[in-house]
Design a protein around this ligand. Structure first.
Ligand SMILES: [Zn+2]
Length: 194
């Protein structure tokens, strides 16, 4: 637990010169579609952040504390990978809202120690990774969706996957457009398993 509070305050201090930004309403709406139970009203993003987790795990690219997400990527977060990273972190924010910050910190710390370090062996991480995995493996495939519904989308464009994803969340999900060969998006949006 000490690690959590230390990390949280270190992250806030180390990134004090970086302005926490609110997300635009369109992006918030897209997140809300995927995670309807998470309260996004105070969510702020700090991009280009220095992450305390780097002290023990260099591959970490994002962290969530209460209602703030720190992402190491700088510049635009409007990419497919950044969006999925945010979804992962939003699952942690949901966990924090569900458990309370104190209990989340305690459980996260215990799981970290019990698992022998950061990773999917920690149930709180398994839930976050699992949610994104299910989305990618069962719900939405950029290539499949684009081939079915956006034939004019230029897949040579570096950000085409994000365009396809945005289109799916803004138009395809409600219209029931086929978005993955597995086509199980109803289950995800029904909120089961998270
Ligand atoms: Zn995580």
């Amino acid at each position: 637990m000490v690690v959590y509070w230390l990390s949280k305050h270190t992250a806030a201090l180390a990134n004090i010169h970086r302005k926490p930004l609110a997300l635009d309403t369109l992006t918030l709406r897209r997140f809300h579609l995927l995670l309807p139970d998470v309260d996004l009203s105070n969510l702020r993003i700090v991009s280009g952040a220095w992450l305390p987790a780097w002290l023990f795990h260099r591959s970490v690219i994002g962290m969530a504390y209460k209602d703030r997400i720190y992402a190491s990527a700088s510049g635009s977060l409007d990419t497919y990978d950044s969006f999925l990273l945010m979804v992962h972190e939003l699952v942690h924010i949901l966990q924090i809202q569900r458990l309370g910050e104190l209990r989340f910190a305690g459980e996260y710390g215990c799981q970290f120690l019990y698992a022998g370090g950061y990773g999917r062996k920690m149930p709180l991480e398994a839930e976050a990774y699992g949610f994104v995995d299910r989305f990618c493996e069962c719900t939405f495939s950029p290539r499949y969706y684009a081939s079915r519904h956006l034939p004019s989308l230029d897949t040579a464009h570096p950000n085409w996957e994000y365009h396809a994803l945005s289109h799916f969340l803004d138009h395809g999900l409600h219209s029931g457009l086929a978005s993955h060969p597995a086509a199980l998006h109803q289950r995800l949006t029904a909120g089961s398993g998270i």
